[in-house]
Ligand binder design. Structure first.
Ligand code: SF4
Length: 441
């Protein structure tokens, strides 16, 4: 079933919207063209132009799909699958997984680099082929209110839906699958008993299909799997199938995500997700446009959906000098979080260090992070953290909102104090928001 050459879109999928109808954007831009031709009224004209711009799909890589020879090897490895959530527009396709809404002609590659249009069918090339994996403390995600002190099996494929100027993992997030994987030579599978070490050439050839994942995670004594490092939305089908398989084996699933995803696929995957770290990279469209090539509103919608479905999540805001170090924006963001998600919503302010395309900027001043924490606390948030700044000695400490005593202390991803019993403060029995149970799978 993983080889679409042998199963070319034969299974009708209620989620996939078949039929070659015009997208909303095409209808809008078509209307815009007609109005331009007849010289429409200026305010209506401006409104339509803005609407058309908002709905424009992202840039894609024209004609960049792999050759027939590479595609054949890819299929033989089981590294591809027909995509979910897309529209057929004649021989073109439009992906509906994230708000980029890429429109691909045959032979094109998507904005996230992981999807291609081959003969009118959208395929993912990021399936069963993680380019990296690791066992991390859950605190490293960071998640501070979810299975503290546990380890999480963490994996990623190439690709990302964003273009963050400050990306920490651009070596994989801004790469195509073919740049991180090698479909030639003998296949390499990960299964118990695990080897003591793995050579780089084995990692390039590694196949880890969803049904092969749980035995590996269990033998490593991890209660959870994290989809992280790059962006799980860009490898949606693989993450979804792994989540299903992990859930079947009583493992937890953790998404580390930018939150830029359409609501339909989001609701689909959240049925199997136990916790998430969601980046809120700023609190204005302008910031998202300049820093990340994204938009704010889809992220806010994602946060609302998480809350409505009761999936545990923590929000992370990386403070990037000159881009997001605006106290008024932090105030508005904190107020929004309290109003829409409630005072128990954890918020992490994280310190920027020069990365990728922003190596000319200095690290975030620690004093700014402390001020941001003060603002978020005064807005009413109970659990506010300062990360990547060991100078702030209580930056990663959880305080009981009842008696104000420290209940969880952490140092470099290790839990050094845990005074929570049955989800309550050991001293005053005030409930502490989070998922504290099941420290072992
Ligand atoms: S998931 Fe990838 S292919 Fe789909 S819309 Fe987003 S960027 Fe485009």
């Amino acid at each position: 079933m993983n080889n679409p050459e042998h199963n070319p879109g034969s299974t009708p999928d209620p989620i996939r919207d078949e039929g070659s109808r015009l997208s909303r954007r095409q209808a809008i831009t078509g209307g815009f063209a007609a109005l331009t031709a007849v010289g429409g009224g200026s305010s209506l004209w401006q409104w339509i132009r803005n609407l058309a711009r908002d709905e424009s799909p992202a840039d894609v890589f024209k004609g960049d799909a792999p050759s027939d020879a590479v595609w054949k090897l890819w299929c033989e490895r089981g590294w591809t699958l027909e995509a979910r959530h897309y529209l057929k527009l004649g021989r073109n396709v439009q992906c509906k997984v994230c708000p980029n809404n890429c429109i691909l002609e045959p032979g094109d590659r998507s904005h996230c680099r992981n999807r291609i249009n081959r003969d009118g069918i959208l395929y993912t090339m990021a399936y069963g082929n993680p380019c990296t994996f690791h066992v991390d403390p859950i605190e490293k995600k960071p998640l501070f209110h979810f299975l503290p002190g546990s380890q999480s099996f963490s994996l990623a494929t190439s690709g990302c839906v964003f273009r963050c100027l400050n990306c920490q993992n651009w070596e994989i997030s801004q790469k195509k699958p073919e740049e991180t994987k090698d479909p030639t030579g003998p296949a390499f599978y990960l299964k118990p008993p695990l080897p003591e070490s793995i050579r780089l050439q084995d990692l390039y050839r590694l196949t880890l299909l969803p049904d092969q994942l749980p035995p590996v995670v269990k033998v490593l004594n991890c209660p959870s799997v994290s989809y992280t490092y790059s962006e799980p939305t860009a490898y949606f089908e693989y993450a979804l199938d792994c989540c299903k398989m992990a859930r079947e084996h009583r493992l937890k699933n953790v998404l580390v995500t930018c939150g830029s995803i359409e609501e339909r696929p989001l609701r689909e995957i959240l049925q199997y997700v136990d916790a998430a770290h969601v980046d809120l990279k700023g609190f204005s469209d302008e910031t998202y446009r300049q820093l990340n090539s994204g938009k704010l509103e889809p992220i806010l919608n994602t946060l609302r959906v998480y809350r409505s479905l009761g999936v545990w999540f923590e929000v992370i805001n990386l403070v990037v000098p000159t881009y997001t170090d605006h106290l008024d924006e932090i105030r508005r963001m904190s107020d929004w979080l309290v109003k829409n998600l409630g005072p128990d919503q954890p918020l992490h302010f994280s310190r920027f260090h020069p990365q990728h395309k922003l190596t000319h900027l200095p690290p975030t001043p620690v004093a700014f992070l402390v001020k941001a924490r003060e603002i978020a606390r005064s807005a009413g948030l109970r659990y506010v953290y300062v990360g990547n700044a060991p100078e702030v000695t209580d930056g990663e400490t959880t305080f009981c909102p009842g008696c104000r005593r420290p209940v969880v202390e952490r140092q470099i991803f290790a839990v050094t104090r845990l005074d929570i019993v049955d989800g309550r403060c050991r001293h005053c029995q005030t409930p502490i928001a989070g998922r504290w149970e099941d420290r072992r799978g």
